[in-house]
Design a protein around this ligand. Sequence first.
Ligand code: 5GP
Ligand code: MN
Length: 338
Amino acid sequence: MTKNEISEIKQLLSSSKKIVIVPHKNPDGDAMGSSLGLYHYLINLGHTVTVITPNDYPNFLKWLPGDESVMIFEGNLSYSKKRIDEADLIFTLDFNDLSRTGDMAPFLEQSEAIKILIDHHQEPKDYATYIYSDVAMCSTSQMIYHFIEMLDATADISKNIASCLYVGIMTDTGSFRFPTTTSLTHRVVADLIDKGADNSQIHTNVYDNNSYNRLQLLGCALNNLKVIPELHTAYISLSQEELNQFNFKKGDTEGVVNYGLSVKGIQFAAIFIEHKQEGIVKASFRSKGSFDVNTFARDHFNGGGHINAAGGRSDLNLNDTIEKFISILPHYKNDLKS
Ligand code: 5GP
Ligand code: MN
């Protein structure tokens, strides 16, 4: 962001505004952490703020400070639309394209509010008045910290803000282990701890709340893991029947794709999860090194994301989706060398 843009935003925020904050559909830890972190910052400035998520999010995020104020678009259509209509300012967080908000997209497009995009995904679309995009950042939550820093306001970071931003950074960096985690990330995190984020308790809240069913589902997923050693690729599938067997709840499959990547020598991991009701198979892709799963997801699975983490979908059934995946892989033989 330029100095000019920052002073314009400072000016905008200097009087009370109606503000809506929107994360992407199927919000994850970074989407919710960045949204609620910004929410607390703006509320403390005296603005009227509503976080509206396109749909519901996992229970392991429902302890976040401010969670009770979050509105879910799906199921609160008229109230959400009213909030969007009335908004002076809309922050769109942790996504690069309005289509990532699903059914909310047309209402956001029509809105005349000033839009501010803050995001770390590749190739942001040009829908916002102000764009703060940095694909090298580990998380949008870290960007919210820097956004507050640009506004010369890190002294105003409360325990609630710090806790929310910590969640987003922790989850998007795989607990500070992915290569996007830099010394700057650790400096930001150190400051968040100084400002009241209880790092150990937050880790417990997010990761140590497995149900027995969830672990059994993980066992099933690991049982289904297939490895293609010559292509340094591993993939997992979960059918709707398997999800039902273990009483699948939103968030239960979060992170499972990473187990494929933990097999020695594997550079590319995928998971395919059947969603019978929506008639789609949701795909997640992860890689190590230079293999670009963002392009892979864009080119073959109607998705996108980052170089080492992306997602997408397929309208084929589960078996056909996997067959398609396996048939595409040999084209990447040269990129998938160890
Ligand atoms: P996940 O596999 O955890 O759902 O997502 C990995 C990354 O890819 C996240 O940054 C997420 O925002 C992005 N992503 C996931 N699904 C899609 C999709 O369908 N389209 C696009 N453009 N990005 C996605
Ligand atoms: Mn993110």
